[in-house]
Write a protein that binds this ligand. Sequence first.
Ligand code: ZN
Length: 449
Amino acid sequence: MRRFIAKNIGFYLQDKIKGTQTIDTYKFLQSSQYWDQKLIEEYQLKKLKKLVKYAGENVPYYFDLFKAHNVNFKEIKSLNDIQKIPVLTKDIMREQGDSLLSIEQSKFKIKRGKTGGTTGAPVKVFKDEYNRSFTWGSYYRWFDWMDVNYYDKIVTFWGARTVLSSSFKSKLITNLQQYLQNDISFSSFELTESKLEEIVNVILRNKPVLIKGYLSALIDLANFLVKKKLKLDSLKAISSTTETLLPHNRKYLEQVFGVPVFDQYGCGEVSAISYECSEHNGLHINQEHVICEILDSKGQSLTNQSGRIVATDLDNFVMPLIRFDTGDLGVISDKKCNCGVNQPLMTSIEGRAIDTIILKNGAKVHGVFFTDVLFELNILSIKLQRFQIYQNIPGEIEFRIEKGSKLNEEEEKKLKKAMLRFLNKVNLIRMEKLPVSKSGKFKYIVSEV
Ligand SMILES: [Zn+2]
C-alpha cells in the first residue's frame, strides 16, 4: 500500500510542493545513461556554456573573475576550454561569501545548506530546484543499479536535521514526507544499544529492501546484529555515504547483511558526483550533472592516475560552482564497464576518512555532527568562523574557539547546553590561534583517544 502511494502520489506531490522535477529528470537519466560518449559530451558542453554565460552575467564573483582572465562563454567551444577558468577552492568560497550567489536569488526556490569536511570552517551552500531535481533524479537512477525502486521500502540513517529536538511542525512534515515516500529515517548519531534494539524491531517489522546512510551507523547496526545473532532477510542492497568505504568495511557489511554494498561519492558543495553500479568496478561519474576532472599539483589533467577531484556542478544557478576543488583524491579510469552504462568510472577515492568523536553513550560521530548542531543553533559562519573539537577522553571534549569569534555569552551557554546532551563534559575555551597538525593542515576534529 505505501509502495503504491509512494509511486503514484508521494513523489509527484513532493515535486509539486518543492518546485522540483525529480521524477521527470529520473526518467530522462534512465535513457541518457546509455548515450555514447560523444552525445553526453555535447550535452555537457551545452550546459556548461549556459552556466558560464549565466555566472558571468549574474554572479559578482564570476563577473570579476572572467573579466580578470578574459573568459567569455562564447570562447567555451569544447569541454577542454573549461581549463580557462581558475579552480575554485574552499578558501575562496569562504572569502567570497555572498558574492558567489546569483543577484537573482528571488527567482529560485533555494535550499540552504552547509558543508562539513575535514578542514577549516564550514561553508554555506545554496542550491536551487534544478540542482535538487538532478541530485534526486540521479539518486533514483542509482537505485535502479541496485535493483531497487525508489518507491520501495527504504531505511535511512541520516545526518541530523534533528540532532536537536526540532519543532512539532517540522517533525510532522518530516513524518508525513517519510510516510508518503515509503522511507523510514533514523538519526545516525545516538545509536545506543537500546536505541538499536528499537530500530532493529522497526526494520524487522517493515522489511526494507535497502538500508542506506552514514557508514559509521551501518557498522553500528551490523555490530548489533552480530551480537544478537539476528538476520535481515528482506534486503537487496546496502549503500553507504559520507565516510570513505574501505575494503574491510565493505567485506564486513556484506558478510553481516548478506547483500552487496554500493558506494557513492559527492560532497556538500557538489552533490551526486558518482555512483557505484552492479559490477562494482568503481563509481560511474554522473556526467549529465557534473564535469569531473582529476588534476595534478600543477593543474594538469590526469587519466588513470590519482589526483585532486575537481567538479563542476552543471545544475546550480543560484550559486554556480565551476571547477570546485573537493579536496579529495581519486582516479578517473579509461576502462569500460560491463554494465552497459557509458559513463567513465572513478576509482580509489580518498580523503573522506576523518577523525571521529566518541559521545557519552559510546557512539562515534564525525565532524558533520558538530556543524549540524551549530547550524541548528544558527551560530555558524557569521558568528563563528572557525572552531576545533579536541578529544582525549571518550565522552569529553574541548570546544576550541578563536579569540576573535563573535559569540556572546548567551550563545556560548546555548552551545554548551546543546553539547552536554551528548557529552559528559564540555570545556569551551578561547584560543589565540587554533592549532594545526604536524603537516600544517587545520583539522576541526582532533582525536587522541
Ligand atoms: Zn558499470
